[in-house]
Design a binder for this molecule. Structure first.
Ligand SMILES: Nc1ncnc2c1ncn2[C@@H]1O[C@H](COP(=O)(O)OP(=O)(O)OP(=O)(O)O)[C@@H](O)[C@H]1O
Ligand SMILES: [Mg+2]
Length: 378
C-alpha cells in the first residue's frame, strides 16, 4: 500500500513560479538494489496536459511518479519540470502536489487544517491561508465540510479533500497515483467527471495520472503511456493508441482487442491490405505500413464484430460458440475460430446463440488494424 505524507517544505518555495510547466523524463532509470524497476523512461508531458500511465501491477508506474516527486532517486537520467532540471532537487522544492489511492489525510486534523498543512509549512500568512482553504475546497465541491474530521467523511469525500490539499500550494504539477481505485464504481465515475471539470477550471495544471483502469485513462488523458516490465511500450494520443495500437500488448491492454495471427500481407491500396488467416482472406487498415509478404496481427475490437446477416461477404469468420454472457446492456459471446479466441459484444439478443453452435461474424475493414507481428517493442 502506497502512503505519502506531505513533506515539510522550505519557506523559500512559498510562492510557486508562475505559468504552466511540463514534465520531462529523459532516459530515467530507477533500481532497487540490483532490480531495475524503471528502464530508460523517456516521456514528455506538455504543460497543461493530462498524461495517463497505465500498465499491469509492478510495471513501474508508481516508481515513475515517485521519481517526479523526488521520493526515489534515478540511477540514471534526468527529470525536468518546466525548464528546471529537478533530478537533484528536494521533493519539497519541486512545486508538485501528489494524491495517492488511500487518502492519506491527517486523521487528527479537520478538513481545513489538512488543506492548510502545506501552506503553513511554507510560512504562508494566515490571511492567505484563510482565502486559499475555501477556494481549494470549492474546486472539489467540499466547501461545506471544513470542520469535519477525515473519519466523518466518505471515501470519495476524503479523496476530494486530499486533492484540495494537494492543490492548496498551487502546484504546477499534480501527480495522481490511482486516486480513485479505493472507491466503488459509481463514485469513481462521478469523481472522474469531477477531475475532468477540475482540469477545465485549472487548465494550466499539468497532470500525470497513474491508473490500472483503461476507462479512466481514455476518459481523462490527452496522451496515454503504457508500461510493461519497467519499460514504456507505447505512447500516443488516447484516440491514436486505441485505434492504431503499435503492438499486441497495447492492443490487448487498452480496449481488450481481439488479436488473430495472420500471414502474407498484400497491399490493396494506400491504406488497406489483405492478409491470410488460415483459409480466409481478411482485409484491414495497414496503418503501420507493414511490408508486403510479412506476417502480422489482425486487431479488431469486440464491439466492431457483427453477427453476420447470412450471405457471404468480405471479412467473415465462422466459429464455434464457447461462451455466452448477458451483462445487462450487452451480450458477450466467445467464439473459437480456427483454434483462436474471438470475443464479440453485441446489443442484447432476444435469442442468444447456443453453446457449440456455429456462428458467422463480420467486420468492416475500416475497423481492423494490422499490427506488427514482432512484439519486440511491446
Ligand atoms: N521500495 C521498494 N523496494 C524494493 N522494490 C520496490 C520498491 N517499490 C517498488 N518496488 C518494486 O518495483 C517494481 C515496480 O513497482 P511499482 O510500484 O512502480 O509498480 P506499479 O506499476 O505502480 O504497480 P501497481 O499497479 O501494483 O501499483 C515492482 O517489482 C516492485 O516490487
Ligand atoms: Mg502503483
Amino acid at each position: 500500500m502506497t502512503r505519502e505524507l506531505p513533506t515539510r517544505v522550505s519557506a523559500a518555495s512559498a510562492l510557486p513560479p508562475s505559468g504552466a510547466a511540463g514534465i520531462g523524463f529523459e532516459n530515467v532509470s530507477v533500481a532497487y538494489g540490483s532490480q531495475l524497476v524503471l528502464d530508460s523512461l523517456t516521456l514528455t508531458v506538455k504543460p497543461g496536459e493530462i498524461v495517463a500511465l497505465i500498465g499491469p501491477s509492478g510495471s513501474g508506474k508508481t516508481t515513475a511518479l515517485r521519481a517526479v516527486a523526488g521520493f526515489v532517486k534515478p540511477t540514471a537520467g534526468r527529470i525536468i519540470i518546466g525548464d528546471r532540471d529537478v533530478t537533484h532537487v528536494a521533493p519539497c522544492d519541486r512545486n508538485i502536489g501528489m494524491v495517492v489511492q488511500n487518502y492519506a489525510l491527517f486523521p487528527h486534523m479537520r478538513v481545513e487544517d489538512n488543506v492548510a498543512f502545506g501552506l503553513r509549512a511554507r510560512g504562508v500568512t494566515a490571511e492567505l491561508i484563510s482565502q486559499r482553504i475555501p477556494e481549494c475546497l470549492r474546486l472539489v465541491g467540499m466547501e461545506a465540510y471544513t470542520k469535519r474530521y477525515p473519519r466523518e467523511l466518505s471515501g470519495g469525500q476524503q479523496q476530494r479533500v486530499a486533492i484540495a490539499r494537494a492543490l492548496a500550494i498551487r502546484p504546477q504539477v499534480l501527480l495522481l497515483d490511482e486516486p480513485l481505485s479505493a472507491l466503488d464504481a459509481q463514485i469513481r465515475r462521478s469523481m472522474l467527471d469531477e477531475l475532468a471539470k477540475l482540469h477545465r477550471d485549472l487548465p494550466s495544471l499539468t497532470v500525470l495520472y497513474v491508473t490500472h483502469d483503461q476507462a479512466e485513462a481514455l476518459t481523462l488523458a490527452n496522451h496515454i503511456g503504457i508500461m510493461r516490465d519497467s519499460k514504456l511500450v507505447a505512447f500516443g494520443s488516447a484516440q491514436a493508441l486505441y485505434r492504431n495500437p503499435p503492438n499486441r500488448f497495447a492492443a490487448e491492454f487498452l480496449g481488450r482487442a481481439n488479436i488473430l495471427a495472420a500471414k502474407s500481407l498484400a497491399t490493396i491500396d494506400a491504406g488497406l491490405a489483405s492478409v491470410q488467416f488460415g483459409q480466409t482472406l481478411l482485409r484491414g487498415r495497414n496503418h503501420h505500413a507493414l511490408p508486403e509478404g510479412s506476417d502480422c496481427l489482425v486487431c479488431v475490437r469486440p464491439h466492431d464484430l457483427r453477427l453476420h446477416p447470412g450471405e457471404a461477404c468480405g471479412n467473415t469468420l465462422t466459429g464455434v460458440v464457447r461462451g455466452v454472457q448477458w451483462q445487462g446492456d450487452l451480450h458477450s459471446i466467445t467464439l473459437d475460430v480456427q483454434g483462436q479466441t474471438l470475443r464479440l459484444s453485441s446489443t442484447p439478443l432476444a435469442e442468444p446463440p447456443a453453446l457449440g453452435a456455429s456462428l458467422a461474424v463480420h467486420f468492416d475493414p475500416a475497423d481492423v488494424t494490422l499490427v506488427p507481428e514482432s512484439d519486440t517493442n511491446g
